[in-house]
Design a protein around this ligand. Structure first.
Ligand SMILES: [Zn+2]
Length: 136
């Protein structure tokens, strides 16, 4: 799990945590950084217009977006794994986790291009994602 700037790995997984897993979490780190910036801008605007402590709510925008998108996709697919794997942040991370140069050429908010896509179907032998790495 990535909680920028840290990556947490469960003790029982530390010996199988691969470079691909590490890259996946670093992609989430990049997503969290850009969402933190966007959330902070929204917070400043809300502070300026006088919303008080409520202004701080958009700061962890990545986590709000992640949760809301998960709930929406869960309602749509009625399958927890399918909902999780098709969250746009996860689609970007799973599709590009094997591309170790991905973060070098990645533009900001590239996860947004997966908002209306579905790249994982539960029960398939893998995700189409691994066959479909983004090229840049
Ligand atoms: Zn992930």
């Amino acid at each position: 799990m990535c909680l920028m700037p840290f990556i947490f790995v469960r003790n029982e997984c530390k010996y199988i945590f691969s470079e691909v897993d590490n890259n996946h979490e670093h992609i989430h780190g990049a997503q969290q950084r850009e969402m933190l910036m966007a959330g902070s801008v929204a917070a400043v605007i809300l502070l300026i217009i006088g919303c008080g402590w409520w202004s701080l709510l958009p700061v962890p925008a990545f986590f709000w977006w992640y949760l809301i998108e998960y709930v929406v996709r869960l309602a749509k697919y009625r399958d927890q794994k399918e909902a999780y794997r098709n969250i746009s942040f996860e689609q970007e991370a799973f599709i590009n986790e094997g591309n170790f140069l991905y973060l070098v050429g990645r533009n900001g908010f590239w996860w947004a291009k997966y908002l209306f896509r579905k790249t994982y179907v539960h029960g398939s032998t893998g995700s189409k994602a691994s066959l479909n790495s983004d090229n840049f």
